[in-house]
Design a protein around this ligand. Sequence first.
Ligand code: HSE
Length: 383
Amino acid sequence: APDREDLEIMKIGLLGFGVVGKGVYELARMRQDMQVAKVVCLEDITLPDAQVTRDFQDVLKDPSIDTVVEAMGGLHPAFEFVKAAMEAGKNIVTSNKALVATFYDILVPLAQEKNLSFRCTAAVGGGIGWLSELERSRRSQTIQEVGGIMNGTCNYILDAMHRTGLSYDEALKQAQGLGYAEAKPATDVEGIDTWHKILLSANVAFGVTMDKDSVPVSGISRIEPQDVAAFQSHGLVCKLVSCARRTESGISAYVQPTLYPQGSLEAAVPSNYNLITFIGSASERMSFYGQGAGRYPTAYNVLQDCIDVLSGKPFYVPYGPVVQAVNQEPLRFYVRGATDSFLEENTQEHWGEGVVTAPVAVSRMHRWHKEHPQAFLAALSQE
Ligand code: HSE
C-alpha cells in the first residue's frame, strides 16, 4: 500500500460554522485524506488547525484549497461564493437545497463546463444516501417515480397533531425548539423546502431540468385539529409528500399533503424522520428511512460527498432538457376552508366541515388552491 503522504489530501475551504458546518469540521478532523484548511464565518472562534476568516476572498484566492464546502445556507451570498469558487476551478460540496434547486440551470452547466465535481447529497434527506443512490440506480434501470416525506419539521408537526392532539401552533413551536426548522418556518410549512428537494430528485432521477414554476406546492399551515379528527375517523394519516413520476403524457411533479391508510409505511413515519422512495423498472419500490436533518446525519453525507469528490465524481447526471410538469392524473382531494361552484360540482362526500372530491386532475386542484389560498387540502393516496 502507498504511504498516506503519497495520496492526495483534499484541502477544504468551509463556508459556515453552524449546525452542519461544525459537524463537517469535526468529522473531517478524524480523517487523513482531507483537511479543513480555512473556515469562513462571522462568529469569533478559533480552531487549533484551521484558519478562521470573515472574508471569502481568503478561500477564493488560496490556490491550495481545491474544494469548497458550502454550509452557510440561504441563497445570497452562497450563490455568489459558490459560483466564484467554481469559476476559480474549485470543486463544490453543499447541503444547500435552496441554492442548488434555485440555480440548477447555472451551477450544473458551469460544473460540467469546468469539469468539476459538484455534489449535494445532504441537500435531500440529510443523512440518507438518496441522490447518490439515484445516481447509481439510473445506470441500470429506468426510474419511474420518486418522492416521499422529505421535510422533518412538517412530519414532526403532523405526527404531534395526530398522536397527541396538539394544535398546529403548539406543534410548530416544539419543532422550532428542536432545531429542525429552517430560519423562516414558512419555508418548511408551506412546502418550499420539500419543493426544492423534489425538484433536485426529479432532475437527477429523470435526467431533466424541471421547470420550477410548473411544479405546484400546497403546504400544511392551514391544517386544524378538526381535519386531523376527520382523517382519523376514516382510518387515515396526513403527511406532507412530494411526488415526481413518468406518465403517458410526460413527467408529473408536485408537493401536497397526502392521506395514507393507518398501517401503511408512510403513516408510520414518526417525529422528524424522512421516508423517501423510488420506483424503478427493475428494482420496483425502494424506500429509504432516516434522519433528514441534524448536525451529524447531514455532516455525514457532506463527508461522503467529499470522498466522492476525491474519487473524481462529477455531478449526478449531465445537465438535461427543461421540461414542464403535466400533472394530469386524477386524484380525490379533501378540502376545507373555502368553496365555490367548481368544488360543489365535484363534491362526493362530506367529512365534518370538509368535503372529499371526485377524482380531479392534480393541476386543476392546485389552480383552484391558488385562487383559494385560505383552504386546506390533502390528496387521498392512490394505495
Ligand atoms: N428544515 C429541514 C427539515 C431541514 O425540517 O427537514 C433539512 O433539510
